[in-house]
Design a protein around this ligand. Structure first.
Ligand code: G
Ligand code: G
Ligand code: MN
Ligand code: NA
Length: 254
């Protein structure tokens, strides 16, 4: 409860900030986008990781306010970067299930895109499979509505949560993000490699792209290249970095 109240204050006192982790094409290494990742910088204290505060925010509607703040900041930076001539093709934003199911979510996304001159092709929304639990019809309808505008959807942490192939069959998504727990032990763990191969195959047959998360070594990248994985992110190219470092990163790649 203490952390919850402090978090509520954090939004009001502008103690939240966005970091960005670059995403690259596996085959060519080109910069294709970034994932926006929230951080909390309490006054006079060190940076707090979202793995500590997002679960607390998820316990109440605070996650909706934080999520909409992240989405607005993401749109604001994309607009700013376009004005600066910085070319980042796409930004991926995490959306929690509660936020997605808010009755005004789609309208608010449309409104932000229009206010910040965001071409819908520049915005990718990451949801976890839990987004469909108990709301399958509503989820599919809302995703279709947003995809008609040109937005894309990824299933985040794929394989780690409530994975069900029946959701995969019905959800109108564009991409699977392979959870980094399956990447970490490549090339030592042959089971992980079998799973990664199968997910890439499955995605390709379903017409989805695949992003591998948590790529840390050249061998892992080489393996993903052999298997035909589309995109990757991870410490091999960069950890999540603050805005100024992300701007330098984009410049370096164009
Ligand atoms: O950047 P880091 O690896 O510490 O992020 C940890 C986790 O926190 C990520 O896996 C992500 O799912 C979650 N997270 C980060 N930013 C956001 C956000 O803006 N919204 C939501 N819902 N989750 C986020
Ligand atoms: O949305 P998601 O939960 O996937 O957020 C990404 C998380 O993974 C962040 O907390 C980030 O710090 C972490 N991360 C990103 N790249 C790597 C990596 O290469 N290795 C490890 N161990 N963690 C990573
Ligand atoms: Mn994510
Ligand atoms: Na993830």
């Amino acid at each position: 409860l203490q952390m919850h109240n402090a978090l509520r204050g954090a939004l009001a006192n502008q103690e939240l900030l966005l970091y960005f982790q670059p995403q690259h094409m596996v085959a060519t290494g080109e910069l294709v986008g970034a994932e926006a990742l929230v951080r909390w910088q309490p006054e006079g204290k060190s940076l707090v990781s979202p793995t500590e505060f997002i679960p607390i925010a998820e316990e109440s509607d605070l996650i909706i306010d934080i999520g909409m703040w992240v989405l607005e900041q993401s749109c604001m930076y994309m607009d700013k970067w376009q004005d600066m001539g910085l070319l980042l093709p796409e930004l991926s934003v995490n959306v929690s299930a509660k936020q997605f199911h808010h009755p005004e979510f789609a309208e608010r996304v449309e409104e932000l895109m229009s206010r910040y001159h965001i071409d819908s092709a520049m915005l990718n929304l990451e949801v976890t499979e839990s987004v469909v639990l108990g709301h399958a019809e509503d989820t599919i309808r809302k995703m279709e509505q947003l995809r008609e505008l040109g937005l894309r959807f990824s299933i985040d942490d794929f394989g780690a949560g409530y994975s069900s192939l029946s959701y995969l069959k019905r959800l109108p998504v564009d991409e699977l993000k392979i959870d980094r727990s399956f990447i970490r032990d490549i090339p030592r763990d042959s089971r992980d490699m079998a799973i990664v191969d199968a997910v890439i195959d499955l995605a390709s047959h379903l017409g989805f792209t695949v992003t591998a998360e948590g790529v840390e070594t050249r061998q892992q990248l080489e393996y993903l290249k052999q298997q035909g994985c589309t995109f990757y992110q991870g410490f091999l190219s960069s950890k999540a970095v603050p805005v100024d470092a992300m701007e330098r990163y984009i410049k370096r790649f164009q």
